[in-house]
Design a protein around this ligand. Structure first.
Ligand SMILES: Nc1ncnc2c1ncn2[C@@H]1O[C@H](COP(=O)(O)OP(=O)(O)OP(=O)(O)O)[C@@H](O)[C@H]1O
Ligand SMILES: [Mg+2]
Length: 300
């Protein structure tokens, strides 16, 4: 799909360009990219809130925008806005009502969801008095009110403290473990890396990398990484002769080796010289490195 926004005076702005994505059922799919790269545009296209300039897509087997899938999806928008005179219970009852839910069943569902997002004890507070984190938590509960098969979350942990963010990540994992599909947008790479099954990196409206997290982060086969500190300079120099790469800063050293044998040899040399080993592990790139490589200096 391609989405070109028409601005005033005939100017145009690309939202996404030749977007080609496939998300499998039952996975957590993460769309990552810098600000303005087209994450929210992608969500809005899939939700049928904006229309593609060209191309097509399907959600749960229906063409995008088709009413048939809308009752089977949930959506947490970026910076959600809710009626601020409602409290959490009233708000969820309102959204449940939109899906035709009511009575005892809805009461049960409301309590279950507010407990899930850690808002049950604060259920009587009105939205106008919410902190940013409370708004986000209730937003996630709202997106789950209809027990959707597929849930779209735009920056779900934005504005949350570390504990709150962790709770939301647990909720997301739990939803996936129930067999549901989660489509997530975020630029918080550290958070996406352990959470997602598959990731696509967007830059300037285009997918520049995609795959399973393991595929994206795998280093060359068999390679090992050694991290240590306070290693004498001459030992660092000797490591350079058989390491693939050696990086140093302050008193830290990080070296990669083509195989386990070379890594073991380096380990011995470091220990022998009185250096302190921090880590020896199969080499894996961080999502941050992959992202910077993919996006380079040309992020918007
Ligand atoms: N309604 C709109 N009208 C015109 N341009 C728009 C509109 N919505 C988005 N854009 C433009 O499309 C591009 C992609 O925006 P989008 O909101 O999809 O990015 P994003 O990846 O969600 O960014 P962020 O991380 O900041 O949320 C941006 O250049 C943006 O200015
Ligand atoms: Mg956005």
């Amino acid at each position: 799909m391609t989405k070109i926004y028409q601005l005033e005076f005939g100017r145009k702005q690309t939202g996404v360009e030749d977007l080609n994505l496939e998300v499998e059922e039952g996975q957590i799919f993460g769309l990552v990219g810098p600000n303005g790269s087209g994450k929210t545009t992608t969500l809005k296209l899939l939700l049928g809130l904006v229309f593609p300039t060209s191309g097509t897509g399907e959600v749960l087997g229906f063409p995008i925008g088709h009413p048939a899938y809308k009752e089977r999806i949930g959506f947490l928008p970026e910076g959600p806005y809710f009626y601020d005179h409602l409290n959490a219970v009233e708000l969820l009852r309102f959204y449940g009502g939109l899906f035709g839910l009511g009575g005892k069943e809805l009461d049960r569902r409301v309590q279950e969801l507010l407990e899930l997002v850690g808002m049950w004890d604060r259920r009587h507070i009105r939205v106008r008095n919410y902190s940013r984190g409370m708004l986000q938590r209730v937003g996630v509960a709202q997106a789950l009110i209809n027990d959707p098969d597929l849930i779209f979350l735009d920056e779900p942990t934005s504005g949350l403290d570390p504990l709150g963010a962790m709770q939301i990540r647990e909720v997301i994992t739990r939803i996936r473990d129930q067999g549901k599909t989660v489509f997530l947008c975020s630029h918080l790479l550290k958070e996406m890396e352990p959470l997602c099954d598959n990731i696509a990196i967007l830059n300037r409206g285009r997918v520049v990398q995609s795959g399973t997290v393991d595929e994206l982060l795998a280093g060359p086969q068999g390679m090992y990484m050694l991290r240590a500190h306070t290693v004498p300079q001459e030992v660092v120099e000797s490591l350079r002769s058989f390491a693939t790469e050696v990086r140093t800063w302050d008193s830290e050293i990080e070296a990669t080796f083509a195989d386990q044998k070379l890594a073991a040899q380096a380990l011995e040399a470091v220990v022998e010289a009185g250096g302190t080993v921090r880590e020896l592990s199969p080499y894996r790139r961080s999502l941050e490195e992959v992202f910077i490589d993919a996006v380079g200096g040309e992020a918007q």
